[in-house]
Design a protein around this ligand. Structure first.
Ligand code: ATP
Ligand code: MG
Length: 375
């Protein structure tokens, strides 16, 4: 195993040792899948949905011998892209895990009417699909699900950013996918995404194809005391130390929002000696904002001056529960409540602001800190 230089991962999942808590959620998700139920996983952005999926998959593979497929649907724009990503994931897995992989891949490709090539640099298999008619596309989709159904193994398939299928130009995609999914006995699914509104409506509106077809799991923030213990343990395991108080303060400062916490402690770990001090902490707070400053200036150009004024006001308050209250409006010279409501709706729509437990926050925690400090 390669040596871990920094125990705070910021881009991907490593293993349970570097993954904080989520024990209950991992149990619930695994149990749903093992018992033949699908799961819809929801949270605000960057709380840890993908990490949780990876953690659940890690255990399902190790303990139960399941095969797992993780598909990020964010870059897909149509059903062709969907088939391409899912089939590539299946082929990659056969290639890595099956003894008779050439034979299996050939069967799948013939059903899909697809071409296989290999990336010249990485050597990874790539699937080329191009269908002229909807009929051809649907036939291939059937072939792909039929292939999965015929494997003598249990599968867990995660479709991350599942709400993306709503934007495909083809008609009745939800009904088409649902009809395939419900016929599979050996495959269970995790549907995940950050657009709560769209996903909840997909799975709970009477009359929509996925109505009541899965359990819901709303992923909350990690418990502060548990996260604090985890962080101090990781420092200690790597021969470093940090006072409990400093960790608690930083967790609160970054709203216990997983990505921002991981990123901060990754940098603090890098920029502190044997013992992390208050000076190191303050240096890293500043460093993060300095590195991002150029990007934050460009955000300014994406908004009207009034929207920017409101965003800055929310950041200065570190979240606001009553944005139309007269004292808030007066303090930041925001004119009247109706303008605030309009600008707030636009900021929420652009994912610049989100509401959590009745309070509106600037979504990107680092940006929020920068806004509160900038002139
Ligand atoms: N329980 C955890 N312990 C440690 N690190 C975690 C944990 N959960 C997530 N992370 C880390 O936090 C970051 C954000 O998590 P992740 O990408 O899973 O969030 P997400 O909710 O899927 O975000 P997005 O909405 O942007 O897709 C990642 O770098 C991941 O490695
Ligand atoms: Mg994700």
């Amino acid at each position: 195993m390669t040596k871990i230089e920094n125990p705070f991962f910021v881009v991907s999942y490593h293993s349970p040792a570097y993954f904080c808590d989520r024990e209950e959620e991992t149990k619930r998700a695994s149990s749903a899948l093992i018992n033949g139920r699908n799961l819809t996983l929801l949270s605000a952005r960057r709380i840890g949905k993908t990490g949780l999926i990876r953690n659940v998959f890690y255990h399902l593979q190790k303990k139960s011998g399941w095969r797992t497929l993780y598909i990020d649907l964010m870059p897909t724009a149509n059903l062709n892209d969907f088939i391409k990503l899912l089939s590539t994931a299946v082929v990659e897995q056969e290639w890595r895990q099956s003894k008779n992989y050439m034979k299996k891949i050939a069967i799948l490709l013939s059903g899909l009417k697809a071409k296989l090539s290999f990336d010249p640099t990485t050597g990874a298999p790539e699937i080329g699909v191009e269908y002229k008619t909807r009929q051809e596309t649907e036939k291939s989709l059937s072939a792909l699900f039929y292939y999965l159904s015929k494997q003598n193994v249990k599968y867990a398939v995660a479709f991350d950013e599942f709400q993306q299928i709503i934007y495909y130009p083809e008609k009745n995609i939800e009904a088409l996918l649902r009809s395939h999914i419900q016929r599979l006995n050996n495959v269970n699914f995790i549907f995940s995404g950050s657009n709560k509104h769209l996903l909840i409506s997909m799975f709970s509106d009477y009359g929509r194809p996925f109505y009541q077809s899965s359990d819901f799991l709303f992923l909350e923030k990690i418990n502060a005391a548990t996260y604090c213990r985890f962080i101090r343990e990781k420092f200690a395991e790597h021969g470093k130390s940090i006072e409990e108080e400093l960790v608690k303060e930083a967790l609160e400062y970054y709203r216990i929002h997983t990505f921002y916490v991981q990123y901060f402690f990754n940098k603090l770990f890098e920029n502190s000696g044997k013992s992390a001090t208050k000076e190191h902490v303050e240096y890293v707070h500043r460093l993060i904002l300095e590195e991002r400053e150029a990007i934050y200036y460009t955000y300014r150009n994406l908004l009207t001056s009034y929207q920017f004024l409101l965003l800055k006001a929310i950041a200065c308050e570190d979240g606001i529960s009553q944005p139309t209250a007269s004292d808030f409006i007066a303090k930041y010279s925001l004119k009247q409540g109706s303008s605030v409501n309009r600008a707030l709706a636009a900021l929420i729509d652009r994912e610049m602001v989100y509401e959590e437990g009745g309070t509106f926050h600037v979504y990107d925690v680092f940006f929020s800190k920068w806004l509160a400090k900038s002139l």
